[in-house]
Ligand binder design. Structure first.
Ligand code: ADP
Length: 192
């Protein structure tokens, strides 16, 4: 297997690039944001619990998200590789993910981090709010919260994987196709 984390702040283009990477390489996409939004759409207990955190731009509790990822990994045995998008978002989630994968004799092979300046992130979230219908995109206070949470809690995930030399940071500014080709180059270089 080849397991990839697409890493970056909210609005850095993870969702857009994930779609392209999935169609090129056949990864199984595992986006915790998408999984949570589908729980909300189905009005499950988990969805109802998660919604207030998401609407405030805060993180859903680790145990909830880790449980969801555990279930998704177990129900996708035999896939070529996972593309984790929006997960892990805390050091505790990274450690939990390493354990989950180790229990299947797997690991994270590569972390591709998209680097985008903060003013550009805010512009993109404002743009996305017009079409996404996402309540957490529309409110400037919530946008700022999500960026602060990223700095305070999520950056530690990159530090965690840097110790194992598995992080490559790429420029997240430019055309969608140019960014996609720089991501693809890193994956190809590892023989996937
Ligand atoms: P974006 O790509 O803009 O960062 P996501 O769709 O990944 O947005 O996530 C939307 C919201 O869902 C987050 O602000 C957070 O509340 C919740 N969420 C998603 N993934 C996680 C996670 N791994 N841990 C905790 N909360 C999460």
């Amino acid at each position: 297997m080849f397991n990839l984390i697409l890493f970056g702040p909210p609005g850095s283009g993870k969702g857009t690039q994930s779609e392209k990477l999935i169609s090129k390489y056949g990864f199984k996409h595992l986006s915790t944001g998408d999984l949570l939004r589908s729980e909300i759409a189905n009005q499950t207990k988990l969805g109802l619990e998660a919604k207030s955190f998401m609407d405030a731009g805060q993180l859903v509790p680790d145990a909830v998200v880790i449980g969801m990822v555990d279930a998704a990994i177990n129900s996708n045995k035999g896939v070529y590789g996972f593309l984790f998008d929006g997960f892990p978002r805390t050091k505790a989630q990274a450690v939990a993910l390493d354990h989950l994968l180790a229990s299947h004799e797997e690991k994270i092979d590569l972390v591709l981090a998209l680097d985008v300046p903060e003013d550009e992130l805010l512009q993109r979230m404002i743009g996305r709010a017009k079409t996404s219908g996402r309540s957490d995109d529309a409110n400037p206070e919530v946008q700022k919260n999500r960026i602060a949470v990223y700095k305070n809690e999520t950056l530690a995930v990159a530090d965690h994987y840097s110790q194992f030399d598995r992080v490559v940071t790429l420029n997240g500014l430019g055309s969608i196709d140019d960014i996609f080709s720089s991501l693809s180059k890193e994956i190809d270089a590892r023989g996937f």
